[in-house]
Design a protein around this ligand. Structure first.
Ligand SMILES: [Zn+2]
Length: 458
């Protein structure tokens, strides 16, 4: 078989696999079950504070609020996600192999060299073409994983046109940003020889920090409208939590995430004068004030504990490890296949699909390490949020609502490998342990609220 034919065969196999998994997904779909829990705080009897309070029983009582169907769909969606990660890897590798074997990558490289004779023009032109080609080749799979599958599980109500528009905007941002970052990395590869991966790791950290700085201000508004949160008890509660926990801002916004997803979320982003707190409309509309306070306590934890600076350092260490492994694999791969594919050395941008395929496999293998780094920071923010918001039932209820897309009770190995946040079980259990240790304070604040209530009512 000639090389383009072999590339097409790879694509055909991947399409067949996708079709089969789509069919399997449709067959498993369970019909018209309501996925969201009813609005408001629902505290089970076994989770009420009292002399015989037991954190394990209280946790079990919270989990029992999900119907068997809701639990089944939660598990099914999340476990299916494990396979999605594998299919995405195989698909990406297949697309890169196709670009190399068909000669498309080589032709894109020659064309970009003709247009931009200087490297700093030719290289980003080639990279932009590669990223767009990869987007097109991966589109059938992303339509299934990110659109059809989300619809199947009622995690989105977005029309296909709106989804596609968001994909194209993301492609535009990724192409511009990716071309800048990879051009800088290729400059490091040309100049620093075998040490290129050290420079590439440092550049990744710098660009990541730049993206975290400009993302909330310039990128996120491309997808959603951000508006000031109107005056009222929610805004006042969020600002009070911010003042009490040294989050220096009175900038509270809400955004219309419900057009893309049914998931709850919030964040505290920005540095210095740009710090702002944002809540999505799902959180505002589906949950009670104690839940909102608990979620914002967690988000403020990320800010106060400087996770936006510390977490990327640890993550970039894994990027450094990945680049070091890529360095070892890439020279060997080029030695073996470079001549046949008419590729130059590692500084030849036309070899990018080969590097991309290899680094995708490496990052796939590093997934448990990266997940564990992120999960440990999330657990830290969880603990901060419980102490800051003092809303254990709000936190337990919010954790229960996240069951629409995250399995509640995984095994220990499963949680280590696949979870980038603590599981719902661990979050609710942590909230119930906190409640057990702070029962006197919770009862005193409930009594104070009950005393206040008749006076504040008109
Ligand atoms: Zn978090």
């Amino acid at each position: 078989m000639n090389t383009p034919g072999r590339g097409l065969a790879v694509l055909r196999i991947l399409l067949l696999v996708l079709l089969l998994s789509c069919m399997a997904g449709h067959a498993a779909w369970a019909g018209t079950i309501v996925r969201d829990l009813p609005p408001g705080l629902q505290i089970p009897a076994a989770a009420q504070p009292g002399p015989g309070f037991d954190a394990d029983q209280a946790t079990a009582a919270y989990l029992a609020q999900l119907s068997p169907e809701q639990r089944k769909l939660s598990d099914q969606y999340f476990e299916g996600g494990y396979w999605v990660q594998l299919w995405e890897l195989l698909w990406t590798v297949g697309a890169c192999v196709l670009l190399l074997l068909s000669g498309i990558s080589r032709r894109m490289s020659e064309w970009s060299q003709r247009i931009g004779r200087r490297r700093w023009i030719g290289t980003p032109i080639y990279i932009a073409q590669f990223l767009i080609a990869l987007f097109v080749l991966e589109l059938p799979l992303s339509i299934y994983t990110d659109y059809l599958r989300e619809q199947q599980y009622r995690l989105t109500e977005q029309a296909f046109g709106g989804w596609m528009r968001d994909q194209l905007v993301a492609l535009g941002v990724n192409t511009v940003f990716g071309a800048v970052v990879l051009t800088a990395i290729y400059a490091a590869i040309r100049r620093s020889g075998a040490r290129w991966w050290v420079w590439a790791t440092g550049l990744t950290y710098v660009f990541l920090m730049i993206f975290l700085l400009i993302g909330p201000v310039y990128v996120e508004p491309l997808f959603n409208a951000y508006k000031p949160l109107p005056e009222g008890p929610t805004r006042e509660a969020v600002l009070s939590l911010a003042r009490a926990n040294q989050v220096p801002t009175d900038h509270v916004e809400w955004f219309d995430a419900s057009k893309q997803t049914t998931r709850l979320s919030a964040n505290v982003a920005g540095f210095l004068g740009t710090t702002r707190i944002a809540l999505n409309d799902n959180l505002l509309n589906k949950s009670s004030l104690p839940e909102i306070k608990a979620v914002l306590g967690h988000e403020m934890g990320h800010f106060v504990l400087n996770h936006t600076v510390k977490e990327p350092i640890l993550l970039c260490l894994t990027v450094g490890l990945a680049f070091a492994l890529l360095h070892l694999c890439m020279d060997r791969a080029l030695g073996r296949w470079g001549g046949r594919l008419k590729l130059g050395d590692r500084a030849d941008p036309a070899a990018l699909p080969l590097a991309f395929a290899l680094v995708s496999v490496i990052f796939f293998l590093l997934t448990p390490v990266q997940n564990s780094i992120i999960r440990s920071y999330e657990a830290e923010a969880d603990a901060f949020g419980l102490n800051a918001a003092r809303e254990p039932h709000g936190w337990a209820m919010a954790a229960l609502r996240l069951s629409t897309y995250r399995k509640m009770e995984p095994g220990p190995v499963e949680e280590f490998v696949f979870y980038d946040h603590p599981s719902g079980y661990h979050r609710i259990h942590a909230a119930m342990v906190w409640l057990k240790e702070n029962q006197a304070m919770v009862r005193a604040s409930e009594a104070a609220q009950n005393e206040q209530a008749p006076g504040t009512a008109p």
